[in-house]
Write a protein that binds this ligand. Structure first.
Ligand code: AVJ
Length: 320
């Protein structure tokens, strides 16, 4: 039996999408937030991205967790592992195995916006870990942190570098809100991609096989389907660039010709100039000292910091 708490249903999601699309297409420059990439197809494309030769973050983070999971278990004595933005929960198995072997873990609580991804992950984990209570929460990580069950001994994992999708002010608000729902002595395990040579960063977001381009364009398919829009998806080119001042990767979609797009359900018509770019994602990269400072500013005590051998990716363990 699957235990799923649904704090976001289809109609909440559609309302949030309508709001984001109305605001984002009226803005200058136009933008759409990255959370709308992840319908079933988008989630599959992301899984495919994680296997691309150019996309190092998933492999680098997995190497860190494989090496450090036992240590994380000994340091935290976790009774409950919470995972934010859990998606397929694949890397989480490394943590679950170590925490179960350590003998303290009783429950796993994944929280994700995607009902489909969560249901599949919960079903699979329930089958594979019969002694573990698996309690999925369908929710938005910036709005539903308060729904995570209390009871002490929690480790909240936020992996993959997804923290980088939040803008600096959103990040500060998110870390503060997370700290506020944790009790003193509970833990945050945070994965963050690190600043490095743009010759490594840019191809990770602009792969030779074009999978990231399809992932990027997928947001237009989502808007077409969910809000009755008529984006000519093929008329938008994938753009990935490194912003050295902000130290983040930006993904954009560039209109290859002038066009007018209607969004039926919003009674909205928007025009694009030829070459106009719609922003779809910021993926911030971090410096160790900067990240430690942000954690401290939110009321966490950064205790441990691990990187892969090439220092491409970092995992912080911070105490509330
Ligand atoms: C899942 C948000 C961490 O920013 O690297 C992958 C998403 N975007 N390729 C990232 C993504 C383009 C990914 N995160």
């Amino acid at each position: 039996m699957t235990e799923l708490d649904i704090h976001l249903d289809e109609s909440d999601l559609t309302a949030a999408l309508r709001h984001d699309v109305a605001a984002g297409l009226a803005a200058d420059p136009k933008w759409l937030p990255p959370k709308w990439f992840y319908d079933a197809r988008g989630s599959e494309l992301f899984e495919e991205i994680t296997r691309l030769p150019e996309y190092y973050p998933t492999r680098a983070e997995r190497a860190i967790l494989a090496e450090r999971a036992g240590e994380i278990a000994r340091i935290t004595d976790a009774k409950t592992l919470v995972e934010l933005g859990s998606g397929s929960s694949e890397k989480t198995r490394l943590l679950l195995d170590a925490l179960l072997a350590h003998g303290t873990l009783g429950a796993f609580v994944p929280l994700d916006v995607s009902v489909a991804a969560l249901r599949e992950a919960v079903d699979r984990l329930t089958g594979d870990y019969p002694g573990l209570a698996v309690h999925g929460i369908v929710g938005d990580l910036t709005r539903h942190l308060g729904t995570i069950p209390r009871g002490g001994g929690r480790v909240v994992a936020f992996l993959g570098g997804t923290i980088g999708n939040l803008l600096p002010a959103e990040r500060a608000a998110f870390l503060g809100a997370l700290r506020a729902v944790l009790d003193e002595g509970e833990w945050l395990l945070l994965g963050a991609d690190l600043v490095k040579d743009p010759a490594v960063l840019v191809p990770a977001y602009d792969d030779a096989a074009g999978v990231t381009a399809e992932f990027n364009r997928n947001v237009l398919r989502v808007v077409n389907r969910e809000l009755g829009a008529d984006f000519d998806v093929a008329a938008f080119a994938h753009v990935a660039l490194w912003n050295p001042d902000e130290e983040w990767i930006e993904m954009r979609l560039r209109a290859e010709r002038a066009m007018s797009v209607t969004v039926g359900e919003l009674n909205l018509a928007v025009s694009f100039e030829s070459g106009e770019e719609l922003r779809t994602e910021v993926s911030a990269k971090f410096r160790p000292a900067g990240l430690a400072g942000e954690l401290a500013a939110a009321g966490f005590e950064p205790r441990h910091w691990w990187t892969d051998p090439q220092s491409r990716f970092g995992v912080a363990l911070a105490r509330a």
